[in-house]
Design a protein around this ligand. Structure first.
Ligand code: FES
Length: 105
């Protein structure tokens, strides 16, 4: 299992915002909703759209290419045209620092 990697300070990610980072050569999107931070792959499972460039509405991140929406809490695809989840990754916040551990997916 991979280790937690520090990716940014919590104050660099205000509520309702997203931030794309690279962790171990993998591009992931960090999303903050209220005081919670979530992390999913930057890849739409419909046709590879960059989710980090999409629009965030609550817990839903819409792909900028064809509009499929993903739940940032789980990576689940909740609207067409995507039907498969994108990978989600474990996040922890310690002393104002955000850490991500990549899933094995
Ligand atoms: S590539 Fe994301 S909806 Fe088509």
């Amino acid at each position: 299992m991979s280790e937690f990697v520090r990716v940014l300070r919590l104050d660099e990610l205000p509520p309702g915002q997203k931030h794309t980072v690279v962790v171990d050569d993998r591009i992931v999107v960090l999303v903050r909703v209220h005081d919670d931070v979530y992390c999913i792959d930057d890849v739409c499972t419909h046709d590879g759209g960059p989710l980090g460039e999409g629009t965030l509405d609550g817990y839903l991140l819409a792909c900028p290419r064809h509009g499929a929406k993903f739940d940032v809490r789980t990576g689940a695809a909740v609207t067409m045209p995507a039907t498969e989840p994108t990978a989600s990754h474990e996040v922890t916040v310690t002393d104002g620092q955000v850490f991500v551990r990549l899933s094995e997916e």
